[in-house]
Design a protein around this ligand. Sequence first.
Ligand code: SAH
Length: 347
Amino acid sequence: MSKKSIYDLTHQAMKDQFTAWGFSSFKADQLFNWLYRKKISDFDLMSDMSKAQKSLLNDTYGTTTLHLVERQQSKDGTVKYLFGFDDAKVECVRMHYHFGYSVCISSQVGCNMGCKFCASGLLKKQRDLTAGEMVQQVLYVAKELEPLNERVKNIVIMGTGEPFDNYENVMDFCAIVNHPKGLEIGARHITISTCGIVPKIRLFADQHHQYNLAISLHAPTNALRDTLMPVNHAYPLEELMDALSYYASKNNRKITFEYILLRHVNDTDEHAIALAKLVKGLCAYVNLIPYNAVDENGFQGVDMGVALRFYDVLMKHGVKATLRARHGDDIDAACGQLRAKREGVFR
Ligand code: SAH
């Protein structure tokens, strides 16, 4: 079996490890500094580690396991990466906003949620990603930005996979990238997007995390959501909204609802009114997403007029909304598209 990667360790786990070896827990600060500030992973280059410490680290932990397979850059500056590990490939996207760079990472290899409009589900889940494999996606982009004097400002866990189907690893990942001795990405700049795994939303609420929560809703009624998102059979809207009220009662945080506008599917005034009713009372924020066409499934996006009208109806009914800008239109930027192409899912 291959060694656990050093990138899997939270700061706390690193402290525990050094203490267990009989050293000061302060060594964890130094190791974090090497890995995430200096971005050096070779233990032998870490000048403040003793010979004994280097040797223990080398014997116990692996380091970088990620390599670049393919990189596509869009005219608007969006970059899509296909990263490889020994046994799997995952996608990651870098976007440039007015506030800085944002990275969209994958949390699993493939996905079992089976949303009808999504390319990721074309490849079933092969396995969960470890925390370290998620960390390395961010680190790769962070390193690439360094010569530009830029840093990763924001992370969204919206690539391939369902983060709440890989809860522990995702929470470790967030703790690692958030840590002040490391990449120090603010909790409020980390967004976890879920299709609605109710027990994990409740657990997340109980743990009082400061990361942003986004819910992929895409339909305001069970009848419609059932046809788009199989997860709705397991956790129908009443249960989802109950769990979100519970989250709101425990954490005074806004909740983002993602809603892809699909032509002749969920794009009428009635849908907008039903959506407004559904989310009212929560500190809700609806993010209207333009659809990235996936070759095989027949869904279409809406034109700007329809999107603006939907937006207006929501606002009139007292719900804050944004229309998400398109990124990477000229590259394979839809979730799972690049990997699916490489693995021969599309013609
Ligand atoms: N499983 C998680 C995170 C991954 S999907 C979730 O469901 O939230 C991230 C977001 O991208 C979700 O809102 C998803 O519904 C959306 N998405 C999937 N395919 C898309 C496509 N072709 N175009 C636009 N958004 C898409």
